[in-house]
Design a protein around this ligand. Structure first.
Ligand code: PEP
Ligand code: MN
Length: 456
């Protein structure tokens, strides 16, 4: 299954062709690197480093996504808004993987269908920003663009874009993915361990509900084992990596020509998505990612029209290939019921079969009077319900969910059965970017989605 890809030499930027055509187009959300030679050297170094994922794995994922687009599987994509280098510790990676595995079990059991597990992990280091600068107390500095670009501390040294961080991003992604592979291939993710994934998390109502379900699964597995079923298949789970394809000085050198097929694969992750801020049809990102064999996602906010959606399909999925394209809608709880159905209706007229998944996070953010970026758990839930309602009404498949989450007991999103309120946000707010669901809120959301799925 594993095919090594040949490293490519970065094309001379003056040679404008194919994979480098994006260089002639407007490119948004890139840092101002103070030293262009140093960036070139960092990118050239990355181009010589081994791929993080393999073309054969990417092809399997494409077929899984095609299955979900047909309504025969469900995609669960989750992780930090912005991974940090300091946060790439064994404990934090393990707890995020455990949380995703737990959610996947809840969904698989509730929906009786395969769940594709995908982390916003091992490369989610670059962030688009609404402003290039940030001003605090009369001082203006470059905005924080994620650990792969600059530091979060509000000093000129830290905020300076540093190309060494590109290489550090690669190595941090490699060690994160190595641990994920160990956890998911080495027996830790075995369904017979379903109880142990709940251990180590603070006792809470969602946890207890999970224990009940784990007990049922345990009994079913033991029964099948006693009846002679062979469960070796359960030892390993497929777990895919993904991040926003944003930072061109990283994504381009991680793109290699596959020796089997002669086609380009981005080997920094199995799945890349293009964000709401960089999805212009004539922009650099759409052009570059349209040329890759990886399955590609695109965020669609409430202003996306049916026409835009169709043009994106033509650009990113000209061959109407199953599993190629995923639309990640992030409309906001108040708008999804109006904004999504026309897109779904229009998509029925295309021969393309994109996978539709909901991101119930990015349309529901606001800042509290005390200055915390947050979201209400109830709005997240409401957007998910609106997503299912829209698909039910139009007759299309609600194919997955994209969430910002952590396995830690942070207090970043309001509500949930622990009733995190505005005063509580300050207790444990750790995200450097958008607020994440904590472990309990993530499990609660999974139970809710499972109910929606079983009611389809
Ligand atoms: C994100 O996923 O963190 C993000 C920036 O999303 P969007 O492009 O939808 O705003
Ligand atoms: Mn985010």
């Amino acid at each position: 299954m594993v095919h090594l890809s040949e490293p490519i030499v970065i094309a001379d930027p003056d040679v404008v062709s194919g994979l480098d055509y994006w260089r002639t187009l407007p490119v948004k959300q890139q840092p101002q690197w103070p030293d262009p030679d140093a960036v070139g050297a960092a990118s050239a170094e990355i181009a010589t480093l081994p791929p993080l994922v393999f073309a054969g794995e990417v092809d399997v994922l494409r077929s899984r996504i095609a299955q979900a687009a047909r309504g025969e599987a469900f995609l669960l994509q989750g992780g930090d808004c912005a991974e940090t280098f300091a946060g790439a510790t064994a404990d934090q990676i393990r707890d995020r993987v455990k949380t995703i595995l737990q959610m996947a079990v809840v969904l698989t059991y509730g929906a009786s269908m395969p769940v594709i597990k995908m982390g916003r992990m091992a490369g989610q280091f670059a962030k688009p920003r609404s402003s290039d600068t940030e001003t605090r107390g009369g001082v203006t500095l470059p905005a924080y663009r994620g650990d792969i670009v600059n530091g979060y501390d509000f000093t000129p040294e830290s905020r300076r874009a540093d190309p060494n961080r590109l290489v550090q991003g690669y190595h941090t992604a490699a060690s994160t993915l190595n641990l994920i592979r160990a956890f998911t291939q080495g027996g830790f993710a075995d369904l017979r361990q379903v109880h142990s994934w709940n251990k180590g998390f603070a006792e809470n109502p969602a946890n207890r509900r999970y224990e009940g379900l784990a007990g049922e699964i345990d009994r079913a597995v033991k029964f099948m084992e006693a009846a002679g079923a062979d469960f070796d298949e359960l030892r390993r789970v497929e777990f895919y990596s993904s991040h926003e394809g944003l930072l061109m000085d990283y994504e381009r050198p991680m793109t290699r020509i596959d020796s089997r097929t002669g086609t380009p694969y981005n080997t920094s992750a199995h799945f890349l998505w293009i964000g709401e801020r960089t999805r212009e049809l004539d922009g650099a990102h759409i052009d570059f990612f349209s040329r890759l064999r990886n399955p590609i996602g695109v965020k669609l906010g409430p202003s996306a029209t049916a026409e835009t959606m169709k043009q994106l399909v033509d650009k990113l999925d000209p061959n109407r290939e199953p599993g190629r394209l995923t639309f990640i809608t992030r409309m906001g709880a108040g708008q999804i019921r109006d904004a999504l159905p026309p897109l779904l209706e229009a998509s029925k007229e295309l021969e393309s079969t994109p996978l539709w998944i909901t991101d119930p996070m990015h349309g529901n953010g606001f800042t509290t009077p005390t200055g915390y970026k947050t979201r209400r758990f109830d709005d997240v839930v409401d957007e998910v319900k609106g997503f299912f309602e829209a698909h039910r009404a139009v007759g299309t498949h609600p194919g997955g969910i994209h969430v910002e989450l952590t396995g830690d007991d942070v207090t970043e999103c309001l509500g949930g059965s622990e009733q995190i309120d505005e005063a509580t946000l300050a207790t444990r707010y750790e995200s450097l970017c958008d607020p994440r669901l904590n472990h309990m809120q993530s499990l609660e959301l999974a139970f809710l989605v499972a109910e929606e799925l079983s009611a389809r």
